[in-house]
Structures are given as C-alpha cells and as structure tokens.
Design a protein around this ligand. Structure first.
Ligand code: DC
Length: 335
C-alpha cells in the first residue's frame, strides 16, 4: 500500500470553495500519479478548525470518488498554522513512487514551515522585475534582493574613485576596499556604500550604464554573485537581476524571465525617473535601454539570458497586478 499526500487552501469557508478545492486537489494527485479511481483504497481528509461549511469527504464523493472509503476529520487550532487548509492522505493499491501535491500556497509559502524557497526573476531593464519581485516578497513575507543595486553601487564607487570603468584592472583597484552592505528597513532594501545610504544616488541615469559596464568584468560578477548566493542560502528570498536563474542560483525553486517591448520599458523608466524629478529625454532613454540590454546580453560571463527552465512572461500589455497574479499562479501550480 502506498500513501500519497496533498494539501490545498480555500479563500473562504464556503461549500462551493471546498468542493472546487477538493476536486482540484484530487484531480491533480490522480493526474500526477497516473492514478485510476478504482486504484484508490481510501481517502482521509483533515481540515483546519476554521472550515465548517462542508465535509471534504462529501465533496470527494461528489467529485466521483465513490468506490473507496472516505473520511474527514478536524485538526486542532494551532497558532501560526496555515488557515483554511485541507490536507489529504490517499491510500493506493499500486506500486508507484508517490508524487505529493500541494496547491494554493499550502506548502513552502507558509510562514510556519521552515522551508526555504528562492525565486529568480530575470529580464532586461524596465521589464517590471523589481516592482513584481517586491510585491511577491511582500505577499509571501520573504526577502527581496535587488541584485542590480549591488552592481549599481559598484559602479558608483568606481565612478567616485575616478576609475575608467571599461578597464577591469582600474575597477578592481577602485573596489579593493569596497564596503557594500544591504540592509532592510520595513522590508525595503537599502544599499550602503562605505556606510552611507546610496539607495537613491544609484538610481541616477549616469549610474545605469556604468553599472552595466562594471558588471561585464568577471571579477566584479564573481564577487557579487558570491554575496548573492550567501544571502539566498540563508533565507527565503526573491532575487531580481539578469543572471539569477542561469548563474547565481541555477537551482532556484522558481524561475521567471520577464520581457516587454523596448517602447514599453523605456516608457516605464521615463515615468519612474520623471516622477523622481529627473528631466530625461524619452528617445535618449530608449536608446540607452536598448544599448544596455545589448551590452548585458553580449558579455562573456553570465549574460542576460532566459534560463531554459524559466517561465517567460511578456509584460508589455499587463498591469503589475496581472503579472504578480500570473507568477503566483505559476508557482502555486507547481507546489
Ligand atoms: O536591474 P538594474 O537596472 O538595476 O541593473 C543595473 C545593471 O546591472 C544592468 O544593466 C546589468 C547589471 N546587472 C547584472 O549584470 N546582473 C544582475 N544580476 C543584475 C544587474
């Protein structure tokens, strides 16, 4: 006898939601394990104490699981537990390697379970990575690491030291005593260069291209990637950049590659910068973005590239909310 486990959540305690969630959970378990209904001996459900509207076992019967023993029970109310959650154990008379199924945030994304997840979001400038990554980090209560900010800080330091940023040797010298710290205040990342908060300065247009140039140098990238891996190894986080899914964290749990047309990306950057009071020329900005993408995509080490196993999302016609919802949906489908 084999046991397959699974869990799901419902948005509210409601009969229809329970029926829908149970049918989806059992359907996916059957699919992933290529299971026939008559191979199931029994199904045992337990639901959290905030679910009263319907028996999951009854919902299972209605979904066509009639030939097996069905049982529902209620879990004690555990502080910090995932709310509105239905768990299941399916006993099967078949020799298989069980594939457990966790849907709708029932695993990994629950704060009471000490399971680390790393989400990689890569893409060109202005594709919406940082806005989306921030929203996901906030919703999942995990850390957001803006890796571009690290290259920007390196570029700022190199510029301040008067280095020729195209020259790797000069950049390495300028960054010899680099003291780069990433700190968080109310979940917001602050980039500290030699103890000073440079979070705003590194956004200046003059730093953008310099960051791209500095990031071409292998010694700079190896140093930054090591720092990024160290942070990601300690806690759940969502990292945005150019090479997270391909180079920094090739084993990230979830990988996304966001794109958008150059026109849309330039417009986003334009709005962002003008809102901050910078006076920028749209055509120039667009040209700079295209040039920067080209440089990022053509460098020798860890270029801007979609990882083979990354989900591609074209955000040109999507709102931020739509992109966030799409990414969450993709992740929840897989857990
Ligand atoms: O994401 P951003 O615009 O802040 O990044 C600035 C530059 O840093 C970008 O043009 C290329 C470089 N970068 C990189 O090479 N790898 C990363 N993971 C992040 C940024």
């Amino acid at each position: 006898m084999i046991v397959i486990r699974g869990a799901t959540t419902i948005p509210k305690d409601d009969k229809e939601e329970i029926r829908k969630a149970v049918a989806e959970l059992l359907g996916q378990i059957a699919n992933k394990n290529t299971l026939l209904k008559d191979e199931i001996v029994s199904i045992v459900f337990s639901s959290t104490s905030d679910i009263h509207s319907y028996y999951p076992a009854k919902a299972a019967r209605e979904a066509g699981y009639e030939g097996c023993a069905l049982f529902s029970s209620q879990e004690p109310d555990i502080e910090g537990g995932l709310p509105l959650c239905i768990r299941v154990m399916i006993f099967v008379e078949k020799n298989l390697d069980p594939r457990h199924v966790y849907l709708r945030g029932a695993k990994g994304l629950r704060k009471d379970v000490a399971q680390k997840i790393n989400i990689a979001i890569d893409g060109p400038a202005g594709s919406g990575k940082s806005t989306v990554a921030k929203a996901i980090a906030r919703d999942y209560k995990i850390l957001y690491l803006d890796t571009g900010a690290m290259y920007r800080a390196c570029a700022l330091k190199a510029l301040e030291e008067g280095a020729d940023i195209d020259d790797e040797r000069q950049v390495v010298d300028a960054l010899r005593d680099l003291k780069l710290d990433i700190e968080y205040e109310d979940g917001v990342q602050h980039t500290l260069l030699d103890g000073a908060d440079v979070s705003e300065t590194i956004r200046e247009p003059r730093v953008s291209m310099a960051a791209s140039t500095v990031s071409k140098h292998a010694s700079v990238r190896m140093r930054m990637a090591e720092k990024q891996r160290e942070i990601a190894s300690k806690m759940s986080c969502v990292l945005d950049g150019r090479d997270i899914g391909t180079f920094v964290l090739p084993d990230a749990d979830f990988k996304f590659f966001l794109t958008a047309s150059p026109e849309v990306r330039a417009k986003r950057r334009y709005d962002e910068l003008t809102a901050k009071g910078y006076s920028v020329d749209f055509a120039e900005l667009k040209e700079e973005i295209v040039k920067r993408d080209e440089q990022d995509a053509n460098r020798a080490l860890a270029p801007l590239k979609q990882a083979e196993d990354a989900v591609l999302v074209d955000t040109s016609e999507m709102t931020v909310e739509e992109v966030v919802a799409e990414l969450k949906k993709r992740m929840q489908e897989r857990i």
